[in-house]
Design a protein around this ligand. Structure first.
Ligand code: DGJ
Length: 713
């Protein structure tokens, strides 16, 4: 039997690098000009097929055409006229790099190609990583000024993590996430124009408006079928991805941190590391792509993927800024009765923070609200059997705060520009070491003094009038602020091993694989309306697993939309993620509280499936959607089904469950009926939706081996 080829190989004679994952191959070749060129990304190839890949790109058709072979990172020289992934200016004004391949290293799972400029002291390492059992290829770039002291600096106007290329397809369709505050993660699936399409955030945060994830297909892929090429950038600040479809049928996309117009100065001896831009090929449609991403996040991104996400109670929608000890204790007792495992005290507990105009930055408990500090609340929450969580917004400050009065220079600002206030607040410049050190010390003290188990780390504004007075390279702010946030989070987790962190930025304004590498889940959206949430959660699930998606059951009518919905529907929608409660429980009836406790109990039963299972998105005629969570071994299944609006004349159809094993039999745990897998896969299951609008159900199935007493379809 021929030996299994290694995951990574580099044939120096041919300049050919091959990366193999269980269901894909990625190949590139160093071109005659020293630049690595994309060769192949798709279904596995056997050695003969690999050898048959073209040795050289075909020549340009005319002197007006772009260089034909797509770059792994376009260096802004040669006959290249698409978006450049690397843009540099040397001290003498020369632009762009011209490479020679200066070396390579191939480890078990990591390949590095070292490119050196032919005349200037600059190297770039193009880095590739594959992990056992995963189809994700991780890529990043390390750019080094190799000159000695006294060599002029190099201006870096763009440094992307990677450029990806899809094969020639009859057509291209782009799937991406757009939205805004209260409407994050809206999935758009549009035909890709023959043009450059820019997906970006210029806000210094990942943003509510776009997410650095995309998927490309030929326009025919479905949830269950078709080839999909998908990529995601692990970065929580500004970013840009430019997708370039040319008129002769090629599509590449280059992406990385920073938006257009920024410039970073590379000093002699310095290296600029980009974030990881990961890519994934699947032949199994959008559902398989999502499951592969979820798997990737669980294996390599989330810090503690196997730890249950607790059922949270959060007081924000109940009390807003009107917080005090008696009110929070009352909610905590009700939350514990309902089955919550974590109580989070949200905004308004500190400084002069009785509204959003003052006190942000002054992280000591507000005396009028908590005369003896937070300890009495934390202790009682712990006595009630719950963890204690605290809302913080460490990167922000109100002008009207002791912190700003003491350190007006700590904010991101340009002295000759008027600073725009958003939500009456300014942003602290974490890129300044003393600011990040202050934030770390403040949070560390709060956690220690109050036995805090959970921090909800919020950020309610974006960067404007960016400046860093006195710093020679002020655009560094856009990178260094984000890196400093990461460092503070990492250090807190290291020093407090039990501590968990929830990412939040006015809802889902900072959700990406960068922040999720140091947080347990993200607050998905301030919009808790269950109907709106269905769309938000659908988009979120394209890339992120359900355990990272915080979802609360809140009051009806909903505070955002005014829509009234039944508790059962609200519960079933929130149970599709990391369940939480966020309503004013003090105003709920005994019956509502009992129903909530029942929903929470049901959730805890299916939590291993929702939080660690495989996720399959479902649709059926009549506006019915659902999500099926299956245990990894296929034994247990939970299916949540929703129909927001009943339609006249539409009988509720059966809901096919294509992820089940057609050769198996399944027991419906609610009805005791046994079903043949083949029928559940082909025809579907009766979703048992009640009549009317806002109908929902939870179906639980267990795989059984032999025939059952009750025999259904
Ligand atoms: C925005 C968050 O998304 C909310 O959940 C809440 O924490 C508020 N900030 C508090 O100001």
């Amino acid at each position: 039997m021929p030996a299994k080829p290694p995951p990574l190989s580099f044939d120096a004679a041919r300049g050919l690098a091959v990366l193999r994952t269980p269901h894909s191959v990625y190949a590139l070749r160093t071109g005659a000009d020293g630049s690595p060129r994309h060769l192949y990304w798709g279904a596995p190839l056997d050695p003969a097929e690999l050898a048959a890949l073209p040795a050289h790109a075909s020549p340009a058709a005319s002197s007006f055409e772009a260089d034909p072979a797509p770059d792994e990172l376009a260096p802004q020289t040669g006959a290249r006229f698409g978006p450049a992934g690397l843009q540099v200016r040397f001290a003498d004004g020369t632009r762009g790099a011209q490479w020679t391949l200066a070396g390579h290293t191939v480890g078990d799972h990591e390949l590095r190609l070292r490119l050196a400029d032919r005349r200037y002291p600059l190297t770039a390492e193009l880095c590739y990583r594959v992990r056992p059992g995963s189809d994700v290829v991780e890529r990043w770039t390390e750019l080094t000024h190799t000159g000695g002291a006294g060599t002029g600096p190099i201006a870096v106007d763009r440094l992307d993590s990677a450029c990806w290329t899809a094969p020639a397809l009859p057509d291209y369709r782009l799937s991406h996430l757009v939205g805004g505050w209260n409407s994050e993660f809206q999935l758009h699936r549009d035909r890709l124009p023959v043009a450059e399409t820019v997906l970006t955030s210029r806000r210094g945060l990942t943003s509510h408006h776009a997410n650095p994830w995309l998927a490309l297909d030929d326009g025919t892929a479905t949830e269950t079928h078709g080839q999909v090429w998908s990529t995601a950038l692990a970065w929580s600040g500004s970013w840009r991805i430019t997708v370039h479809r040319d008129p002769v049928g090629r599509t590449s996309w280059t992406g990385g941190f920073g938006h257009e117009g920024l410039s970073w100065t590379l000093q002699p001896g310095e290296t600029l590391h980009t974030p990881v831009f990961a890519g994934l090929y699947t032949a199994g449609g959008f559902g398989a792509a999502s499951r592969a991403w979820h798997d990737h996040l669980r294996r390599t991104v989330l810090p503690e993927p196997d730890r249950d996400r607790p059922v949270v109670y959060n007081s924000w929608e109940a009390t807003g800024f009107d917080v005090d000890l008696p009110g929070q204790l009352r909610l905590a007792r009700l939350a514990a009765r309902a089955g919550a495992e974590l109580f989070v005290l949200d905004d308004g507990w500190f400084g002069a923070r009785t509204n959003d105009r003052a006190g942000l930055g002054d992280w000591t408990p507000r005396r009028a609200a908590f005369p003896d500090g937070l300890r009495p609340l934390a202790d009682e929450v712990h006595d009630l059997g719950m963890d204690f969580g605290l809302w913080v917004e460490p990167e922000m400050v109100n002008r009207d705060s002791d912190l700003h009065r003491a350190h007006p220079d700590w904010v991101v600002h340009a002295p000759t520009r008027d600073a725009t206030e958003l939500r009456h607040q300014l942003m602290l410049n974490f890129a300044r070491p003393e600011v990040a050190a202050w934030a770390h010390a403040t949070l560390d003290r709060l956690v220690r003094e109050n036995d805090v188990d959970w921090l909800k780390w919020d950020a309610n504004r974006v960067v404007t009038e960016a400046g860093w007075p006195g710093h020679p390279d002020p655009d560094r702010l856009w990178i260094e602020h984000t890196r400093a946030v990461y460092r503070v989070m990492d250090r807190l987790r290291r020093d407090h091993p039990g501590l968990r962190i929830e990412a939040c930025a006015g809802g889902g304004g900072r959700v990406d694989q960068g922040v999720l590498a140091r947080t347990d889940q993200a607050w998905t959206s301030d919009n808790t309306d269950p109907v709106d949430r269905l769309g938000i959660q659908h988009g979120f699930s394209q890339l992120f697993p359900a355990q990272a998606m915080a979802a609360w059951v809140t009051d009806s009518p909903n505070v955002t939309t005014g829509r009234a919905t039944p508790l059962r529907f609200r519960g079933h929608v929130a149970m599709a993620g990391a369940l939480g409660l966020g309503g004013d429980l003090a105003r709920w009836t005994e019956q509502e509280l009992a129903e909530t406790a029942e929903l929470v109990a049901r959730y805890k039963e299916i939590r291993p499936l929702v939080q660690r299972g495989r996720q399959f998105r479902l649709t059926a005629p009549g506006g019915v959607t659902g999500v099926h969570y299956a245990a990894a071994d296929g034994g247990e299944h939970a299916v949540l089904v929703w129909r927001p609006a009943a339609r006249f004349g539409h009988a509720t159809a059966e809901l096919p469950l294509p992820a089940l094993d057609p050769t198996a039999r399944y027991l419906d745990l609610q009805t005791g009926t046994a079903h043949r897998g083949a029928l559940l896969v082909g025809r579907g299951i009766d979703p048992r939706l009640p009549a009317g609008d806002y109908a929902s159900s939870l179906i639980r199935l267990r795989r059984i081996s032999g025939p059952c007493a009750t025999t259904g379809r």
